[in-house]
Design a protein around this ligand. Structure first.
Ligand code: SF4
Length: 350
């Protein structure tokens, strides 16, 4: 498979073209990131011989769209792409009112973390994505938004398939390109990295990119329950993750987002809400409550709590807590569900 040029910096493009005048790399950069053309043939101000050399060795686009679904509310859309051996999901979530058009990008095909409540985690791990595969998810959705909504994406969250801090270099490279003035020109605050809690990655992000927003997927108020829901929590216990989060919080003036997936009878008891208050007492946190979105497989017996229980849990929290509106259930909007469904269909066919 030929590599893509989409995630190379201008300096890297210059290094790729040692015998060309320096402005050639800038021209190539403009075609890739300002004009965002689909192939080298469209790059009219490059010499024909260079266009040929580039197309012999590289590609501009790698992703092949396999499926696009639009929810009945028309606010949520989801794509399934293939890139070589990888199936990649991307979800676009629009606000009902307002201008937010957030893209939830994947940074891996599958995920090695294996969360028990997550279709991606239950579906296995293929490989981390390259920075170019991440950038292309963003550019494709941005173009789609510009065509359908008259304006491009406003936010990018690394919250799709995969753990971003286990693919740090690609995620940071992709975030740098899409937030650059020639990319989407997003502010750092419009980029969110959502992690299940990798202490070394959190500390590195605090040092190198403290302006990005950080979301931490907690999902349980105790280490013991967390280990049941998130197998990787055994390797990265809360005693190591929480101090790293404090350091990140001290490096920025913003609150951290704590993601908490509410599962009836598992982590939605009011005593657990009080444990959560105690656990997070040293963090400037806002909590995002996400009622469980049922998936197939082992977690089939789980269900979201009743609305009254969700409200009671929310009321028991001492932190600002928002309830994530349920969007796109009719198109399997939770991460990994479209991929799982498509893979299941393929298996039934064979
Ligand atoms: S919830 Fe996130 S970290 Fe956990 S398995 Fe799914 S994709 Fe991986």
């Amino acid at each position: 498979m030929k590599p893509s040029l989409l995630a190379l910096t201008l300096a890297e493009l210059q290094a790729l073209l040692p015998r060309q005048p320096r402005f050639r790399a800038a021209q190539l950069w403009d075609w890739l990131h300002r004009s965002r053309v689909d192939d080298f043939a469209a790059m009219k101000n490059l010499p024909a011989s260079l266009r040929q050399t580039l197309s012999d060795g590289f590609v501009v686009r790698e992703l092949r769209e396999a499926e696009r679904l639009t929810a009945t509310d028309r606010l949520t859309e989801k794509w399934l792409y293939f890139s070589g051996d990888a199936a990649i999901e991307t979800a676009l979530i629009r606000e009902i009112r307002g201008r937010r058009r957030t893209l939830c990008v994947s940074c891996m095909c599958g995920c090695p973390v294996g969360c028990a409540f997550c279709a991606t985690g239950q579906g296995g791990f293929t490989r981390p994505l390259t920075a170019a595969e991440i950038v292309e998810q963003v550019y494709r959705a941005d173009r789609h938004c510009a065509e359908t909504d008259g304006a491009g994406l406003s936010n990018v969250v690394f919250m799709g398939m995969g753990e971003p801090l286990l693919n740090y270099a690609a995620v940071v490279a992709a975030a740098g390109i899409v937030s650059s003035p020639d990319g989407l020109n997003l502010g750092n605050r419009q980029i969110t990295v959502s992690t299940v809690g990798i202490p070394a990655g959190i500390l590195r992000l605090a040092q190198e990119h403290p302006a990005y927003r950080l979301a931490f997927s907690l999902h349980a108020p105790t280490q013991a329950l967390r280990e049941q829901l998130i197998p990787l929590a055994r390797q990265y216990p809360l005693t190591a993750v929480l101090p790293a989060l404090e350091i990140f919080a001290n490096a920025t003036s913003r609150r951290l987002t704590i993601e908490y997936c509410l599962i009836a009878g598992v982590n939605d008891d009011l005593a657990q809400a009080r444990q959560l208050n105690a656990l997070l007492r040293n963090l400037p946190a806002q909590i995002n409550l996400i009622p469980f979105n049922p998936i197939g497989g082992d977690a089939r017996h789980w269900r979201p709590p009743a609305a009254a229980q969700v409200r009671a849990f929310q009321d028991a929290l001492k932190f600002p807590a928002t309830l994530r509106a349920e969007k796109g259930r009719d198109i399997n909007a939770a991460c990994g569900q479209l991929r799982a469904r498509t893979v299941e269909k393929e298996e039934l066919k064979n």
